[in-house]
Design a protein. Structure first.
Length: 598
């Protein structure tokens, strides 16, 4: 029997349950604005598919960029592309009023996938027109890539859907990587990948048609698109969607909606849990009822034990069970999930972990708490920890690169055969294992069968033979000075004039605390804490305003980009004007040069 595609699943559900609610858009105030049933969604997507092929002349196999503000318009157009056999590539919408800041990545993606067209809705098209007028007056010469734009209107009506029939192995869409350690690459996600992932989600999280999911994670990110939109399309619940900006501005809206609709499932990166704790009050929490929640998947960035404890403590009085938040590990190249965890906490000896092995903490010795991200549960899936240099399998507790093979391993990178062979065709140095693995680029180890990620290979800081994980250094620095913004810290290494690696730290300070004196205090506090906790010197400290630390659209710190921008001088213009000064220890400290006094 031929395996069904995600479109086959969609058609079957729309035929059997046309009136069942599928997607609901929630506005910035937490009110339901529009609900589409399975039948509504199919009818609208068929109209879009007909527009794309008949009006705009697009053909099966064409790549198209989807540039949409958060909305159900995006969902319907994405599904219309699948019905027509087009290969959509969702991208972060560049700011048309400040194009010079956003155009680089967008242009690179358009070129990389050889896009035939860019699709958008009426509201973004109007913003582009305003941006064009602004650029004329400001003499901004930044230009969009030379690709035709089409405004797609998902109107209700009837249309003869294109007759394209997808095969399970066909590429359904391109998911561009976040670019946290390199330039974005288009991951080829097949129909087989999507269906296998949806089935795994249902098993691991107890998903079913009757569940109610509330998502604010971005629609163009694999976490929101695959784990949210496409999972619902496969029959894994009624999805309530909201703008990520609405959540960032007022995190309480997420909790309000989950309480109101009696949500059973949700998802968020670690920073979302932190924001929810920091920006809600005990009075607000007392009004909410979160007792219906079965799972909140926490992924897309390292999960901190302190964050989990704070979130559970804050929302326990609202009925949140301590087992609801599910630390998980995944990546776009694996159609998101690799493992889904529960509650493993592991306190390990810090020095041993820096040497490449997890050892339980010793009395009186510096330690750190790691969070487990679950066992391997997907059928026919194998995850191995491997030495990234030799391909040798690692023993339990030994840190190595995470390699994975399963039905959700993507087909490779679009147009990049060499990179596909390197990262999707790796072989373990084990005669008994003839699989080809995906090299994730992430480090971790197994402990009692549970995967414990520790960091990125490219981000690992190695100084005098000792390994330091940047996220751990950054976590330590949150408490170095009250002016440091919790999410505005980056730590990385760069070679000094003698060819040795040296530690560099970039920190953002809150605007209300800015000033030359505060910057000096922060730099001194950073150096003291690092010396005390890691026994190494911090060679360079950069102190800047909000926005100094570059991040991906999903909120990950771009440490490699930070290092490059420090080297070429562009970091100095990220937030304000900088100067270089010396402190008595001889370490280099960069502080704002033209800041108001404290």
């Amino acid at each position: 029997m031929t395996q069904p595609t995600i479109i086959d699943r969609f058609h079957a559900l729309a035929s059997a349950h046309p009136g069942d609610p599928l997607y609901t858009w929630v506005d910035d105030e937490g009110r339901d604005r529009e609900t589409l049933s399975f039948g509504d969604t199919l009818a609208l997507a068929e109209v879009v598919a007909a527009q794309l092929t008949e009006k705009h002349g697009l053909r099966a196999g064409d790549r198209v960029l989807l540039v949409y503000p958060p909305s159900l318009d995006f969902v319907v157009t994405f599904l219309g592309c699948l019905l027509a056999g087009l290969v959509p590539a969702p991208v972060y919408p560049p700011n048309p009023l400040g194009l010079e800041h956003d155009l680089g990545t967008f242009a690179a993606i358009a070129t990389d996938c050889r896009a035939s067209a860019v699709l958008t809705n009426a509201s973004y098209a109007r913003m582009r027109q305003l941006g064009a007028v602004k650029r004329l007056f400001t003499r901004n010469t930044a230009r969009w890539p030379d690709v035709p734009w089409h405004t797609v209107a998902a109107t209700r009506g009837t249309a003869a859907a294109p007759t394209h029939v997808a095969c399970p192995a066909d590429v359904a869409f391109l998911q561009y990587t976040s670019g946290s350690t390199s330039t974005p690459k288009g991951v080829m996600i097949t129909h087989t990948n999507i269906v296998a992932e949806a089935e795994a989600n249902a098993r691991d999280l107890g998903l079913r048609r009757s569940v109610r999911c509330v998502f604010w994670v971005p629609q163009y990110h694999d976490f929101g698109l695959i784990s949210g939109i496409l999972s619902a399309l496969a029959g894994n619940g009624h999805l309530y969607m909201m703008s990520p900006m609405a959540f960032v501005r007022r995190p309480s809206v997420w909790l309000e909606v989950m309480s109101r609709v009696r949500a059973t499932h949700s998802a968020t990166p670690n920073f979302g849990l932190e924001l929810a704790v920091r920006k809600t009050t005990p009075t607000e929490r007392a009004r909410w009822d979160l007792s219906a929640l079965e799972a909140i998947v926490c992924a897309a960035e390292p999960v901190r034990a302190a964050t989990l404890d704070a979130f559970n403590a804050a929302f326990g009085p609202a009925g949140l069970s301590p087992t609801v938040v599910r630390p998980s590990y995944g990546l776009a190249e694996h159609t998101v999930s690799v493992t889904v965890g529960r509650s493993l906490r592991l306190e390990v000896d810090r020095a041993s972990l820096e040497a490449g092995r997890a050892v339980p903490r010793r009395e009186g010795a510096p330690s750190m708490t790691l969070v487990g991200c679950g066992h391997v549960t997907k059928p026919n899936a194998v995850v191995r920890i491997v030495s990234p240099d030799t391909g040798r399998p690692c023993a339990d507790g030994e840190v190595g690169e995470i390699w994975v093979d399963s039905p959700t391993k993507a087909a490779g990178y679009f147009g990049r055969e060499e990179a596909t062979r390197e990262f999707f065709g790796a072989r373990v140095d084990d005669p008994a294992d003839d699989r080809t693995y995906l090299r994730t680029g992430d480090l971790g180890f197994f402990w009692d069968g549970e995967l414990v990620p520790t960091g990125r290979c490219k981000d690992l800081i190695i100084i005098r033979g000792r390994n330091y994980y940047p996220q751990d250094v950054e976590d330590d620095l949150r408490a170095a000075h009250p002016s440091i913004r919790p999410g505005g810290v980056a730590a990385f290494a760069r070679p000094n004039p003698y060819g040795e690696e040296e530690l560099v730290v970039v920190v953002e300070v809150a605007e209300e605390r800015s000033g030359r004196a505060i910057a000096g205090e922060v730099a001194t506090a950073v150096r003291r804490l690092i010396q005390a906790s890691l026994q190494v010197s911090c060679a360079v400290v950069v102190v800047g305003a909000k926005g100094t630390v570059p991040k991906t659209t999903s909120g990950k710190v771009r440490r490699q980009a930070c290092r490059e921008s420090l080297s070429d001088g562009s970091l100095e213009s990220a937030a304000t004007t900088f100067l270089v000064s010396r402190v008595p220890s001889g370490a280099e400290v960069i502080v704002p040069a033209a800041s108001p006094g404290p």
